[in-house]
Design a protein around this ligand. Structure first.
Ligand SMILES: Cc1cc2nc3c(=O)[nH]c(=O)nc-3n(C[C@H](O)[C@H](O)[C@H](O)COP(=O)(O)OP(=O)(O)OC[C@H]3O[C@@H](n4cnc5c(N)ncnc54)[C@H](O)[C@@H]3O)c2cc1C
Length: 447
């Protein structure tokens, strides 16, 4: 095997072609009307046909191991698909990403019976409509929010959706609310096929001991899904508020009991390179649009604007960002393939780097195009709105992803060359909890 080679295999080229054709021909025509639809639930429903097609192509559950009916595709192969989808619409790709955020924790943390029970139906829906929700985030408030889910505080801070174990009846009883989860409401606001929920099973404990994951199947009484949040960008994916009121779930639906923090951290580590390459996909489209514009538009002069050095330099800078971002995202995905998605530093690093790069790249593309970039018939305004989502979603860069990188780095055993060498970077309950205070404490211990 050649150690470093960016050439795609024939399988990967086929995957790229399939994803590109799907994105351009099936998804593309639906994007503008869905983005402009004032009703977010209707926008979400308007792309259901495209979702079904993507399910049939294997994109909706391709990351699930073959043993459970999935495509078993590698993290690197997933990169190729996601870039093509996001070059057309990153909101649509988020629906697929969230299937992964919800279902991959079962692959990593659930027992064999649970995997058979919940993963096999996900990969074998004859309608192709299957959706999984990843229900972690909580509403803003004081206390409230999500970033400190694994912090040292007990209730009322941290995750406030409680699940009390009723041992006599063999059930958990859920009370509280989630806010922001994608896919959770499903196509009809009666629920996704399953919602994988992060709950507080020990109210008095700190976040690293109090949390667990519970599967809530569609149709479970005691759950209501409110109309989706109307967002600035990624308008095609659905984000819900979900209310739990004495919602009873069989105890065998729980997994990672007391280790919900590990579930959240690993899921958002897995998704880091996916969000990174998604950013690259949007940046690529902004770059290609501005490049093509600059070769035709004269700005009232006698030659196309690419002949002005400032314009050409700016385009070259955007091109560098796209290439550097893709290389980083691929490297992080490759690391995940080597270490069972445990790149708790490099995964978040690639997400933070590429998402911050994207916003800047789109704005540079707008400056190349000039005032006409502000005309909404031009796609750059939408790309800017889409770009604003990336640093804030999928575990916000500031509150969650950066803290994970810092926690890995602050571990006294951390080898700063391990990432370059694709060697393991340990992270877990033994590592310092990834909140800024704890990182500070750890540094003091070393001093
Ligand atoms: C398109 C989209 C899809 C999404 N899908 C899902 C989904 O499927 N499931 C789901 O559960 N959520 C989902 N979300 C929510 C998303 O994952 C958020 O990233 C998550 O809720 C955390 O937000 P936050 O980091 O802003 O947290 P908040 O708790 O709201 O923190 C806000 C800010 O406070 C500061 N802060 C807080 N604590 C610290 C700290 N310890 N150190 C430093 N700074 C701190 C930071 O500035 C941070 O940005 C989605 C959001 C969007 C937009």
């Amino acid at each position: 095997m050649m150690p470093i080679d960016f050439t795609l295999t024939s399988y990967q080229r086929r995957l790229q072609r399939m994803a590109r054709e799907f994105a351009n021909e099936i998804l593309g025509p639906l994007v503008r009307p869905a983005d402009e639809n004032a009703d977010p639930q209707k926008a979400f429903q308007s792309i259901k046909g495209a979702y079904v097609e993507s399910y049939k192509l294997g994109f909706a559950t391709g990351f699930i191991p073959k043993k459970y009916g999935g495509g078993g595709i590698s993290n690197v192969d997933l990169q190729i698909v996601v870039e093509e989808l996001c070059a057309v619409d990153p909101g649509f790709a988020t629906i697929l990403l969230v299937n992964g955020l919800a279902l991959m924790p079962l692959v990593w943390f659930a027992n064999e019976r649970q995997k058979q029970q919940w993963l096999v139906p996900a990969t074998s829906d004859p309608r192709g409509e299957y959706l999984a929700g990843w229900t972690v985030s909580e509403a803003a408030g004081t206390p409230g929010g999500t970033a400190n889910f694994d912090g040292p505080a007990s209730l009322p801070a941290g995750v406030a959706l409680t699940a009390v174990h009723d041992k006599k009846n063999g059930e958990y009883i859920l009370n509280g609310r989630k806010h922001w989860p994608a896919n959770a409401g499903g196509w009809d606001l009666q629920g996704a096929d399953v919602n994988v929920c992060i709950v507080r099973t020990t109210p008095e404990a700190e976040g690293s001991r109090a949390l667990s994951a519970i599967i809530i199947p569609r149709g479970t009484p005691g759950v209501t899904y409110e109309p989706p949040i109307s967002k600035l960008g990624h308008r095609i994916c659905q984000n819900n508020s979900v209310v739990f009121s004495d919602c009873r779930v069989p105890e065998e639906n729980a997994f990672a009991v007391g280790n919900g923090d590990l579930v959240v951290n690993k899921a958002f580590t897995w998704s880091g390179p996916v969000a990174a390459i998604a950013s690259v996909g949007v940046a690529r489209s902004a770059y290609e649009y501005a490049l093509s514009w600059s070769k035709k538009y004269t700005g009232g002069g006698d030659k196309p604007i690419i002949n002005h050095q400032i314009v050409a330099y700016t385009l070259a800078e955007i091109a560098m960002k796209v290439e550097a971002g893709r290389a980083f995202a691929w490297k992080a995905a490759h690391y995940h393939d080597l270490h069972d998605a445990n790149g708790h530093a490099i995964g978040p690093m690639s997400k933070v780097f590429c998402s911050e790069m994207l916003f800047n790249a789109v704005f540079q593309a707008m400056k190349v195009v000039g005032v006409n970039a502000l005309d909404t018939s031009n796609p750059l305004g939408r790309y800017l709105r889409e770009a604003s989502v990336f640093p804030l979603y999928d575990a916000g860069n500031v509150g969650m992803q950066m803290r994970k990188i810092c926690a890995v780095m602050a571990d006294p055993a951390f080898d700063p060359r391990s990432i370059a060498a694709s060697a393991a970077t340990p992270f877990g309950k033994q590592a310092p909890p990834p909140d800024t205070q704890a990182v500070g404490r750890n540094l003091k211990r070393q001093a």
